[in-house]
Design a protein around this ligand. Structure first.
Ligand code: ZN
Length: 518
């Protein structure tokens, strides 16, 4: 990674900092404030006593306002314009990428009028309450007016951001989470993926062979599971001196800044596999955070992830491609036996492998297996675009949802609680977030093909519990670049090809057909 002067005075002997140094200095200070806010958010999910909630809300809203004010300050605009006018700066790739992304972030943060930002915040907090209640009582009609409001506000948001030429409003929203990707591109890849998944899932449904599910019931105390997760994380390369693993209701990863990345997982009373797999997922996010060039560029876009889809690709790669593979379990099972003890007597690698790769079409997205998960996402992508574009009136959502689940997964939706009311995202005001999950799976599979071609001995290394070549490849080809390239460009550079559904289909076919004997 080329380094750039960030705080040096101008070379002419002028004691004033250059516009670029002043700009990156301001961004660094803002990032420090934002990281304080992230630390409080982490604490809220892991340590905070329940009675601290009101104070925490005040602390977070004060810091959020401060961060927003600094990010959108006129001084940032002046300095940015000054830098953009200085042709000599464009010669440095890192500086050029930073300026491009600072401009993008500034536009995103300032294009929405304050009145709309306030309306979105107020609606989301009421919609969240309405959604919790509606889901509890299985009452879609009670949530529908709120969903209509959220869709309407997102329409206004898209208008403010500006719909690209020849594009659709969804593009403007998607750009916030997955810059460089259009909904037409996503649709093309998703449609091909769906067409390829349908026969595979139908064949699995008709298979006579079923993996043993005994591992779901092995009782393992949470402290033992935590000990195992920690050992595995250490071995795969998550730096615990620069990070932590704790417990929260919903697992997450928070990269606070240089030297501090927080992970959480949760441990069920029975079975140790879910807690471990979820720790692997979060560690994938965490190792990406630890591999970003934050030490020298904290606060600059270049030190941030390329997109949510790329972030998710790192978690899915470690969770699925590594954590559900035979070579990984050839190393991890003896390790697990040492920590867990006699509860694992009689369990062999084949049993663990079969259990971890069970395909079982279900109603709930977050419980879905690797193959059917993407169908849940594609359904959400299609109904979001329909609602935003006006082709799908909100009142028709449950009918369309249930029909699609029947068609794609072959199951009846018994109630909206387990249907279109199951996810929190819309009630938080977010549309166009869902596709990033499947984009993550697609990027992960494509990176996995590339890394396997580059490292032919990878399986043997994993069997020995040596993950350094894999992490080294990811550091070199993905992590160190930060946001230097857009996600599609990063994918082309790392894999030699544009994003395609084929690697994910090949990976799932190659794994699941032999497992199910089909
Ligand atoms: Zn994730």
């Amino acid at each position: 990674m080329a380094t750039t002067e960030t705080n040096a005075p101008a070379a002419t002997g002028d004691p004033r900092p250059t516009a670029y140094a002043e700009l990156t200095g301001l961004l660094r200070e803002t990032a420090v404030l934002a990281s304080a806010s992230a630390t409080l958010a982490w604490d809220q999910e892991t340590m905070m006593p329940p009675a601290g909630a009101a104070l925490r809300a005040d602390q977070l809203s004060a810091l959020t306002a401060l961060v927003h004010e600094r990010r959108t300050s006129p001084r940032v605009a002046e300095l940015l314009a000054e830098c953009e006018a200085d042709a000599s700066l464009a010669a440095d790739e890192v500086v050029a990428a930073n300026l491009r992304e600072i401009r993008r972030g500034y536009e995103l943060a300032t294009r929405l009028p304050t009145s709309l930002v306030r309306e979105i915040a107020e609606t989301s907090s009421k919609a969240l309450e309405a959604w919790r209640d509606a889901r509890e009582r299985d009452d879609f009609a009670a949530f529908a007016p709120w969903l209509e409001k959220v869709v309407g506000l997102n329409r206004s948001k898209a208008e403010c951001y500006g719909v690209p030429e020849g594009g659709e409003p969804y593009d403007a929203l998607l750009d916030e989470f997955e810059p460089g990707m259009t909904s037409a591109e996503v649709r093309g890849v998703f449609d091909a993926l769906r067409a390829g998944l349908a026969p595979l899932i139908a064949d699995i449904a008709g298979a006579s062979r079923r993996p043993d599910q005994r591992l779901a019931r092995v009782p393992v105390p949470a402290t033992t599971q935590s000990e195992l997760a920690r050992r595995v994380l250490e071995r795969i390369g998550f730096d615990l001196r620069a990070g932590r693993l704790d417990v929260s209701t919903h697992p997450f990863c928070e990269g606070l800044g240089p030297g501090d990345t927080r992970l959480t997982t949760r441990y069920a009373d029975e079975g140790f596999v879910d807690g471990l797999v979820s720790a692997l997922h979060e560690a994938g996010h965490g190792m990406y955070e630890q591999g970003l060039p934050k030490a020298e560029h904290f606060g600059q876009p270049i030190a941030e992830s390329a997109s949510l889809g790329i972030h998710e690709s790192q978690s899915r790669l470690w969770e699925n491609m590594v954590g559900r593979s035979r070579p990984f379990w050839e190393w991890a099972l003896p390790e697990a036996r040492r920590v867990v003890g006699s509860a694992l007597d009689g369990v062999d690698v084949e049993e663990a492998y079969g259990f971890l790769n069970t395909v079982d079409p279900g109603l709930i997205r977050v419980e879905a297996d690797e193959a059917t998960y993407n169908l849940h996402i594609m359904l959400r992508f299609d109904v979001e675009r329909g609602m935003l574009g006006g082709d799908l009136p909100v009142r028709d959502l449950p009918g369309v949802w249930n029909e699609r689940v029947k068609q794609d997964l072959g199951i009846e939706v018994p109630d909206d609680r387990r249907g279109c009311l199951q996810d929190i995202h819309w009630s938080l005001g977010a549309l166009a977030y869902f596709p990033t999950y499947t984009l993550g799976n697609l990027y992960a599979a494509q990176l996995w093909e590339a890394v396997r071609a580059a490292l032919p001995g990878l399986d043997d290394r994993m069997r020995e519990g040596d993950f350094t070549p894999l992490l080294g490849w990811l550091r070199e080809n993905v992590h160190r670049h930060g946001r230097r390239f857009t996600a599609p460009e990063l994918c082309r550079r790392a894999t030699g090809k544009p994003l395609s559904p084929e690697p994910l289909l090949r990976y799932l076919e190659g794994k699941l057909r032999p497992l199910y004997g089909i």
